[in-house]
Design a protein around this ligand. Sequence first.
Ligand SMILES: NC(=O)c1ccc[n+]([C@@H]2O[C@H](COP(=O)([O-])OP(=O)(O)OC[C@H]3O[C@@H](n4cnc5c(N)ncnc54)[C@H](O)[C@@H]3O)[C@@H](O)[C@H]2O)c1
Length: 242
Amino acid sequence: MLLLLAKEGAKVAVTDIRDKDGQKVIDEIKAWGGVGGFWHLKVSNEKEVEKVFSEVEKEFRRIDVVVNTAGIADQPNTPTHELTEERWDKVMAVNVKGVFFCTKHVIPCMKKGGGGSIINILSISGIISGPGIPAYHASKGAVRLMSKTDALLYAGENIRVNSVHPGFMWTALVRDYLTTSGLTLEQGRNVPNEAHPLGHPGEPEDIAYGVFYLASEESKFITGERAGYRWRVYSKIGSAIE
Ligand SMILES: NC(=O)c1ccc[n+]([C@@H]2O[C@H](COP(=O)([O-])OP(=O)(O)OC[C@H]3O[C@@H](n4cnc5c(N)ncnc54)[C@H](O)[C@@H]3O)[C@@H](O)[C@H]2O)c1
């Protein structure tokens, strides 16, 4: 996603708690002649968020787009009555509070710049429920409503807020989730295959193009929307309710 945005001419600030991986993305962007920088950031820490956003604004003079993508899954899959407060809080701290802090601290900057686009990477789990991962469902559902509220709050300032709701994308997060659910990787690979109408999980670039559209001027009339990636109600992983 970041590589696509950089290729299309965006100056990209990559932030993550994984310094090596973040720096690798920046090295790749720079190797193409792109512009970007890496900042270490734990999104659940408001002081760090405030500091990093002000440094990024100083470096690039403005911030036009924020993609809130930091997220964690709650593993292993545990029903509500067995879930500890500590695990609930851990998921909420990154998936909900992190989006809140990053939104809060970019809004003044976008107001100064005359507008912007905030893109929250949520999940199909924030639209439909299923019999599992309760904290993850709650976190992604909460931010769907935050996205709509912020879309309405800041529409007058030309700041758009949209959310993206992937099904299974073949990333480390999904591989970990599947294997800690007691499935082998091979069995796991078949679950997402059968769960999606197109018969296979998505790739990160499938999300990247959606994000690119929402970041661009071509989507200037789109706010409060959700971009969904359809999920077939699938009996083997239980029922799902929209
Ligand atoms: N992969 C999927 O199938 C899928 C499906 C639906 C939604 N999502 C959502 O997409 C987003 C990206 O997921 P992914 O699959 O690329 O997973 P990933 O694990 O590859 O990426 C998540 C990133 O968030 C970072 N992160 C975790 N905690 C952080 C914190 N406190 N502060 C800053 N960064 C932190 C991680 O270091 C990692 O780089 C997540 O919000 C996830 O919930 C993914």
